[in-house]
Write a protein that binds this ligand. Structure first.
Ligand code: HPA
Length: 270
């Protein structure tokens, strides 16, 4: 994906009314409903945006929603692109670049994830404090365009520390028992094997999933501030009897209201 393509996509959205957004939100599996609370929304289907791929996974709507949410101008991705869908890793992360070009200063990344930590139960929310890129991919491989970011980005503070502190405060205020930990990104689409989950735990992971890591990398490359929240939808492979996508969606729906309230309060604070 070239810089010119991203400018073209951003210009298209500006013409639709996407002006002066502050925060980008990527709403994961089953978590997209939050975008329905955006006031005076402008909705644009991914398939209409130049160079955007279109979303294929069940439980993903596939549109950008622009508007006001709790006093902030946001762009929400209702559904995201995953590497396992067959898109290039540059396509997967293209929307983050477009949001940056439109002017957001921060992005919030959300996802459904499997719990690796023995302290987690399905339905928990986990503040992502760091990640392990185990996808075998990196969206920054290839020529680097200095207009977009540095060749060797520092990943010492991928998930903004100040935001983490604020999010913990908000969770406390709302009485949400927010967990925290490291998210380990796999390519999918298979769920992990029990042996891989043992490995993940040894390597320090608290949760595993198939998204977020590439987006966080590109966001940091672009100089955006990042926060991440996982909805723990299941215990990871080997820790419960079996895994399926229906359960993942069901659990995200169960915690939907808590998740929405939390995210709206977070928006106020950042
Ligand atoms: N593994 C990977 N991705 C996931 C999981 C899991 O257990 N649950 C939800 N997304």
């Amino acid at each position: 994906m070239t810089y010119e393509q991203l400018v073209e996509a951003a210009t298209f959205l500006k013409d639709k009314g996407f002006v002066k957004p502050e925060i980008g939100l990527v709403l994961g599996s089953g978590l997209g409903d939050l975008a329905d609370e955006i006031s005076n929304p402008i909705q644009v289907s991914y398939s209409d945006i130049p160079y955007f791929p279109s979303s294929t996974v069940k439980g993903h709507k596939g549109q950008l929603v622009y508007g006001e949410l709790n006093g902030k101008i946001v762009i929400a991705m209702q559904g995201r692109f995953h590497f396992y869908e067959g898109y290039s890793i540059q396509e997967v992360t293209f929307p983050i670049r477009v949001m940056k070009e439109l002017g957001v200063h921060s992005v919030g990344l959300t996802n459904a994830a499997g719990g690796v930590s023995f302290d987690f139960t399905p339905g928990d929310l986990m503040l992502i404090t760091d990640h392990i890129n185990f996808t075998g991919q990196n969206p920054l491989i290839g020529p680097n365009d200095e207009k977009e970011g540095p060749r060797f980005p520092d990943m010492s503070q991928t998930y903004d520390r100040e935001y983490q502190a604020k999010i913990k405060e908000v969770a406390k205020r709302l009485n949400v028992d927010m967990k925290e930990g490291f998210y380990m990104g796999f390519s999918g689409p298979t769920y992990e094997t029990p042996a891989e989950i043992k490995m993940a735990r040894v390597l320090g992971a608290d949760a595993v999933g198939m998204s977020t890591v590439p987006e966080a990398i590109v966001a940091r490359h672009a100089g955006l501030r990042v926060f991440g929240i996982s909805c723990i939808t299941n215990l990871a492979a080997g820790m419960q009897s079996n895994l399926n996508h229906e359960e993942v969606v069901e659990v995200t729906q169960r915690v939907n209201q808590t998740f929405r309230n939390l995210l709206k309060e977070i928006l106020k604070e950042i």
